[in-house]
Design a protein around this ligand. Structure first.
Ligand SMILES: [Fe+2]
Ligand SMILES: [Fe+2]
Length: 401
């Protein structure tokens, strides 16, 4: 396997780094790039505002599903000042590349290369690849090298750190996984109140409950479990639940997560759905036995707990009960129930409720959506579950009080 090493601070990793890695793979015919974050660069001691573990995590979160790129934490494990000559020996020993490994350096670093420890040995043991970082002009370099014909991207880690700190747009300059870690861990002075709101087209503001990293993991799982069109329904429900929560004083991120997950078990084979649903400890109702697809809410809640360790009872309840509802369901579950029915990709339902600003309270909107849903089910002569009937009763009783 032809392998090339791409070292750096990755503070944070950005699209320019990934572009260089891709150019080496596709233009120079390498099979794999090993990205190695420095513990401390000999030339930038003390320059890191975040921990080496944060930088390593951002890298690891930026390459899921990409077999062309590995991330190696050897310099961080070694600690101290990171010298390239040590890293080369370590990587060669563990990865066993075919021939000399490539060593990718930017033209900005190429100018100081002769000051690196054992520079001549590095040049002898690797095939040096010089990537354009600052310009596309020629580089004066005293050792043999290959010039990479890559696009120069106007992105630097320093400018991203400044942008995050100053509340300027930065999210599209880093891979999504790195973005979620910066937001969740509040790196580089990230402050959620500077993040804008949905109307500005920026990211959801983090609430106190769930991390963006977890949301991204659940979303990836949902995408793998359901068809593309159902995934769009789930995304519509997630965004609608987010908006409902923001409007009615609930945590929008928890709404998004529950909305995203509500149908995650919907496309499972019937046997799997039953097996999962049974693990919540409840019995099957007569209606559930007759129509097992109704179990997808219960099965989805079990999946969320088992696979992602989610113990937030409000989120689990929202997924569990979105199908039939129950009189006991709390505000988050009500928001998700509504979102499932009115999200914009549903063409034939919910149009009376799309303007949620008409409703002053969540319960008013919930009752109206419930009644429309029940009327629709009756029209189709669909059996109503005991939960739905009890819920309808409860809504009517509350109104009569
Ligand atoms: Fe559903
Ligand atoms: Fe749904």
């Amino acid at each position: 396997m032809k392998l090339a090493i791409l070292g750096g601070s990755f503070n944070p990793v950005h699209l320019g780094h990934l572009h260089v890695a891709e150019a080496v793979l596709s233009v120079l015919g390498y099979d794999r790039i090993v990205m190695v974050p420095a513990f401390t660069s000999p030339f930038k001691p003390g320059a890191h505002e975040v921990s080496p573990a944060d930088r390593l995590d951002m890298l690891a979160a930026s390459i899921p599903g990409d077999p062309r790129i590995a991330v190696d934490g050897c310099e961080i494990l070694r600690g101290g000042v990171s010298y390239t000559i040590d890293t080369i020996a370590d990587i060669r020993g563990r990865y066993n590349p075919a021939g000399k490994p490539g060593l990718i350096i930017g033209d900005d670093l190429a100018r100081t290369f002769s000051q690196w420890r054992q520079a001549a040995d590095i040049a002898a043991e690797t095939d040096i690849i010089i990537a354009h970082r600052e310009s596309s002009g020629p580089v004066g370099f005293p050792y043999p090298y290959t010039a990479l014909d890559n696009a120069v991207m106007e992105i630097s880690s320093a400018s991203i750190r400044d942008r995050v700190q100053n509340g300027e747009p930065w999210r599209s300059l880093v891979p999504p996984g790195a973005r979620f870690i910066i937001e969740d861990r509040r790196l580089y002075g990230y402050a959620p109140e500077d993040a804008g709101n949905g109307a500005s087209g920026q990211a959801p503001v983090s609430g106190t409950g769930v991390s963006h990293e977890l949301i991204a993991r659940v979303e990836a799982e949902v995408r793998s479990l359901v068809s593309p069109s159902r995934f769009l329904h789930c995304r519509g429900a997630a965004l609608t639940a987010y908006d409902l929560c923001a409007r009615f004083g609930l945590d929008p991120d928890r709404g998004y997560l529950a909305g995203m997950a509500h149908d995650m078990a919907k496309s499972l084979p019937e046997g799997d759905m039953k097996r999962l649903a049974r693990r919540d400890g409840g019995n099957f109702s007569k209606l559930e036995r007759k129509k097992p697809s109704l179990l997808h809410g219960r099965a989805g809640a079990v999946l969320l707990r088992q696979k992602f360790g989610i113990e937030d009872e409000d989120i689990l309840e929202a997924v569990r009960h979105h199908t039939a509802g129950t009189p006991e369901m709390g505000p988050l579950a009500r928001a998700v129930y509504i979102a499932d029915k009115i999200e914009p990709s549903r063409r034939n339902a919910g149009e009376n409720f799309r303007d949620i600003s008409r409703f002053a309270e969540l319960d008013g909107l919930f009752s109206a959506v419930l009644e429309e849903t029940v009327a629709f089910l009756r029209l189709k002569q669909t059996d109503l579950s005991a939960g739905t009937l009890a819920l309808l009763d409860a809504v009517h009783t509350r109104r009569d009080l």
